[in-house]
Structure formats: C-alpha cells, structure tokens
Ligand binder design. Structure first.
Ligand code: MG
Ligand code: MG
Ligand code: MG
Length: 305
C-alpha cells in the first residue's frame, strides 16, 4: 500500500492533493490511499462536504511503509518516523526542504501557487480524466492557496488550471466559491485562541534557530479586535513550550491585502531590521503581505542564519 499525505497541521491543499494523487495512482495501477497527519480545519471540512468526498484517515506512523509526500518537503513538517519510510515521490510547490532519500524517487516540484495545480498537470500527462467532484475540490485548493488569485505566489498557470477544473466540475461562478470558503475561514467566534494560533501553523529551522509561523486569512481583521491580546499570550506560550526563538502569527486581511504580524520573540531587533518596521506592543502591519512562504520566510531566513 502506498500512503499519500500532506504536511503536519494539514490545510486544504494538503488534504485535497492527497485525495487527488491517490485517485491518480490507483488509476495508474498503484494501490494507494490518502491519509492526513492531523485534524481537518473548518475550510477543508467545508470543501470535503461540498464535494461529497471522504475525509482521509488520520495516520502518523510510517515505518517500513511506502509514502508519497504532497505539499511539503521539510523534515519539520513530516511524520516523526519519516526516515524509516520509503519515499516513492514528492509533489510540492514550496522551497526545496531537507528531506533526503536512499532510493530514487519521482519529484514534481514547481514554483506555482498550489500543489493541486501540479497534480492537474500530472493527470494531463498520464491522460487520466479527473472526476467532477475531485476537480471541484482541487479548484477550491487553488483558490485557497492563492487567496483567490491575489497572492504573489499565484501564477498564470494556476489561473488557467483553475478555469479548466471549474469547467470539469461544472462550476460557473468559481470566484464566489472562493469567497464562500474564506467566509468559512473567517468564522473565528468562540474558537479558543490556542486553536486559532495553531490552525495554520508551521515550524521552520533557520540556521540554528527554530521559528514558528502561523497564519489566519480572513475577510475582515476587525474580528480579531477583542482576542488579539489572547492570541499574543498564546504565541508566547507556544514559543516557550516548544523552545522556539520566535513565533509569528500573521493576521491576513484578504480584502485590504496586508497582514498584521503578532510577535513573540527574543530577537525583536532582528525582526525590526529584517522587515524595516517599528514594532509596537509586539505587533506591526505589513502592507501587501499575503504569503508566508514568499513574503515572510525568505526575509527571516537570511536574518536568522
Ligand atoms: Mg499547504
Ligand atoms: Mg500548498
Ligand atoms: Mg495557505
């Protein structure tokens, strides 16, 4: 059995890419199954329900198993026993991570806005038709990862392929589905601060330093007005508990197109310099910032290394 899964704390791209890849692999005669490394977030739940897709099973141990990784290539985002698994392939759209293998593997890694964009190309390459509901979910993953085509990570190819997928899925107003999805994402009322801080959280090794970065993408930042201090307290705790140097939480406003960055760090000086900002009360505003991987990680990496 080949197990196909995305990164820890899965987002919609990680969940849907595993489902789409596993469908493709099965069609190609490789018995495979989609799994996940953690809880489903509300956005992914919405997408799975909308397209009547089964939630991948939770699985976190892979010793002596064959695995195919989607949407990551970093050890910090892999299962703890990944070194004891055989990696058959990787499909991803992030910077190349630090995972290595002892056997040859297939790699589909491209600088596009979403893993599902690359998977659509794989379906075309192998001349396999995509079922309607999987195409609809893949479209949603692209709309999510590219923030409805607004993110600087979005490419012409993502837009073109999203349109192809919408056609296959029989969806006319796909921009509206995108907005619907972000409204689901924006419903944070009554959710504990810890859960929000961890909803889309990734840990990175930068030189000898460990950094955690969370992100919440919403249609209106004012929903955080009453819980901002709680969120700051939570990221300070996350930093201590995990012995991290720095934890950032991006509160991204997809309409105003920018992010308020909440900070818990031993190195405020480095952060001020790296982003050329003044940090007041452990936060600052970053105009135009929508993407963690393109606008935050590449700034932090050289600053901390
Ligand atoms: Mg992802
Ligand atoms: Mg992705
Ligand atoms: Mg994302």
């Amino acid at each position: 059995m080949l197990y196909i899964f995305g990164h820890k704390i899965p987002d919609s791209d990680s969940i849907i890419s595993a489902i789409a890849m596993s469908y493709l692999k099965n069609k190609l005669g490789v018995e495979s199954t989609a799994t996940r490394q953690g809880d489903i977030n509300p956005e992914s739940k919405f997408v799975l329900e909308k397209f009547n897709l089964e939630t991948p099973k939770l699985k976190t141990n892979f010793a002596n198993e064959d695995v195919y990784l989607t949407d990551f290539s970093d050890i910090s985002q892999a299962p703890d026993d990944i070194k004891d698994a055989t990696i058959i392939g990787i499909v991803d759209h992030h910077k190349l991570g630090d995972i290595t293998t002892s056997t040859p593997l297939e790699c589909w890694i491209r600088p596009v806005g979403c893993t599902n964009t690359i998977i659509k190309e794989m379906f075309d390459y192998y001349k396999i038709n995509i079922p309607k509901n999987i195409a609809g979910a893949m479209l949603c993953a692209i709309l999510s990862d590219t923030v409805i085509f607004k993110s600087p990570t979005c490419t012409e190819l993502d837009i073109e392929i999203a349109k192809d997928l919408a056609k296959i899925a029989g969806i006319e107003d796909y921009m509206n589905i995108g907005l619907e999805m972000f409204k689901v994402k924006s419903a944070v009322d009554g959710t504990p601060a810890r859960e929000l801080a961890m909803r889309d959280y990734k840990q990175f090794a930068m030189g000898d330093i460990k950094v955690g970065i969370g992100q919440l993408e919403v249609v209106d930042l004012s929903i955080f007005d009453n819980i901002k201090q709680d969120l700051l307290n939570e990221i300070a705790k996350i930093k201590e508990e995990n012995e991290l140097d720095t934890v950032l939480l991006l509160l991204t406003d997809i309409m105003k197109m920018g992010s308020e960055v909440l900070i818990a760090s031993k190195h405020m000086d480095i952060l001020q310099k790296a982003f050329d900002v003044e940090i007041v009360d452990n936060k600052f505003w970053l105009d135009g910032c929508l993407s963690r991987k393109k606008q935050i990680v590449p700034v932090l990496e050289p600053a901390f290394s």
